[in-house]
Design a protein around this ligand. Structure first.
Ligand code: C2O
Length: 553
């Protein structure tokens, strides 16, 4: 059913503007919303309509995405640059307007053009409608924790330089908690996030990974968590002392202030699954201070090692959804379309023999692909506009729903002896779906160049995660282990390193829905595709025309 705007209207104005920020002994000009990094926290209730006037006063093209929002019949507000809309040009504005129904919890918003999201992001918190309790003990207070990543450089230049050389982007210089690097970094003693708690009380931490290129482990010294939601879907309570959050994902945990009065560090550092890849292996930390504490020192949590895949997999695979929760959706049982999609890196030819000026592997340029198709962004009109107004020649509907060449995806030696499989094919290819069609999607990591845990995000839908594992997907035996009762429900899945994950979703929302790796470096390399979902049969299942102020190219 279409969303019923029964709730309130929550209205914000986002002034997107450059400002100078001091971090890590540096002054950096960054793009930010309403003068702060992170930007404003949006708080609304399920059923409310959000209206955000985005005013672009920055020198860059801007678009804003509401990560994890279904956008039922409001796909024009989804935000990914050149997928649903052309960017908001400098000096222009666009009003994003949509109603949020059938979902509650922690989501976030971020710029969806270039790498501007490094500093243009914020929390989007959807509380239950008045009178609807949480399916867990009511916390005394809620604390958003936004994990981010910081460069001592202009992030747009970092991306442009990677593009120009064909190599990887420079690593970040710090991770951040609510914008603060924390006191393990230079010049950051007073740039440490601090929160005070009261002994005996319960806190809901709404943890969001807004970092660009790194999954992060997060811990609080001497305390345990109970995970109660991921990606704004309630989970069966899961006790753990460490959480792993991939870029794009959110994790809500209850934390009991049950330790002796004192101070305790919270800290985050990367889970980096690809061997031999350089990354920023520093640690950000913040402080939890009990009321009445005079402690001069605080214990530091022992974080897992950066390559601790067993801990990562244990966390990722133990989450289950909560069938008794409001808005819970059972697994669709009838599958209309099976897709098997490889995700991984690859190369774009610099020349047949390579070229010293191309700084990717073997003198070529880095690329990435899904089923060997490296996604090219359209340049003249957004995919959704082209779809809606029937403009031909912008994209093709021949995305391969199965790998073009099957091989042993996990055998790095075999793969790397076959240099032909390294090279990607470029295209702007989408997969056409009928309204309400159910898709079962196997995502398979490849070992081309590196094996790596890719967080794959689907716009417009949540999906059920039926199973995940290592090695090559086994179509005979894996389905025997599908969780069809209470699988976790997400919008972003960390496909296990050298492994696979099986997702199922129902295409109940007409529009153009991007699916891509949320490691930002992989997006311009082409680790993406889109689903074109046709209108439904009745007037209330058709995408309305774009709003009058919709940005044109
Ligand atoms: Cu959070 Cu397409 O992104």
């Amino acid at each position: 059913p279409p969303p019923l705007a029964s709730g309130a209207v929550v209205e914000h104005t986002f002034h997107v503007q450059n400002l100078t920020v001091r971090r890590l002994c540096n002054r950096e000009v960054v793009t930010a919303v309403n003068g702060s990094v992170p930007g404003p926290t949006i708080r609304m209730q399920e059923g409310d309509t959000l209206v955000v006037h985005a005013v672009n006063l920055s020198p860059y093209n801007i678009s804003i995405h509401w990560h994890g929002i279904f956008q039922l019949l409001s796909g024009w507000a989804d935000g990914p640059n050149m997928i649903t809309q052309c960017p908001i040009r400098p000096g222009e504005k666009y009003t994003y307007k949509f109603t949020v129904t059938g979902q509650e919890g922690t989501l976030w918003w971020h710029a969806h053009v270039s790498t501007i999201r490094a500093t243009v992001y914020g929390a989007l918190i959807i509380r239950p409608k008045s009178g609807n309790p949480y399916p867990f003990p009511k916390p005394d207070r809620e604390i958003p924790i936004l994990l981010g990543e910081w460069w001592n450089a202009n992030v747009v230049d970092v991306e442009a330089q990677a593009h120009a050389t064909g190599g990887g982007p420079n690593n970040s210089n710090a991770y951040t908690i609510n914008g603060f690097p924390g006191d393990l970094y230079p010049c950051s003693e007073n740039k440490t996030f601090k929160v005070s708690v009261e002994k005996g009380k319960t806190y809901l931490l709404r943890i969001i990974n807004a970092a660009l290129n790194n999954q992060l482990f997060f811990k609080v010294a001497n305390h345990h968590f109970t995970v109660v939601a991921v990606d704004a879907t309630y989970t069966t309570p899961y006790k753990t002392d460490v959480v792993l959050v991939a870029p794009g994902q959110t994790t809500d945990v209850l934390l009991q202030a049950d330790q002796p009065i004192g101070s305790y560090y919270m800290a985050a550092r990367p889970y980096a699954s690809a061997p031999g890849i350089s990354f920023d292996n520093t640690t950000t930390r913040g402080l939890i201070v009990y009321e009445g504490s005079s402690a001069a020192t605080a214990p530091m949590p022992a974080l897992p090692a950066f390559n601790d895949t067993p801990t990562a997999f244990t966390f990722n695979s133990n989450i289950t959804s909560l069938p008794t929760a409001r808005h819970w959706v059972p697994v669709p049982t009838k599958v209309d379309k099976h897709m098997y999609v490889t995700v991984g890196l690859g190369l774009d030819r610099c020349s047949t023999t390579g070229n010293a000026t191309c700084q990717g592997p073997n003198g070529q340029r880095f690329a990435a692909s899904m089923n060997n198709v490296s996604f090219q962004f359209p340049t003249t009109i957004s995919l959704l506009q082209a779809f809606h107004s029937g403009v031909n020649g912008v994209y093709t509907t021949d995305f391969p729903s199965q790998p073009v060449v099957k091989f042993d995806y996990t055998n790095a030696t075999a793969v790397n002896n076959d240099t032909q499989s390294w090279f990607v094919h470029k295209g702007t290819k989408v997969e056409k779906l009928k309204f309400n069609e159910t898709v079962e999607l196997v995502l398979q990591n490849t070992a081309i160049l590196v094996v790596e845990n890719h967080p794959i995000h689907l716009h417009g839908f949540n999906f059920h995660v039926l199973a995940q594992g290592f090695g090559n997907y086994d179509p005979v035996n894996a389905p025997k282990k599908f969780n069809l009762d209470n699988p976790q429900i997400r919008n972003t899945i960390g496909v296990p390193v050298g492994g696979w994950a099986v997702l199922r979703f129902q295409a109940n929302n007409p529009g153009m829905w991007f699916m891509h790796c949320h490691l930002d470096a992989h997006l311009p390399w082409g680790l993406a595709m889109a689903f074109e979902v046709e209108d439904g049969p009745t007037p209330d299942t058709k995408l309305p025309p774009p709003p009058a102020d919709f940005p044109k190219c």
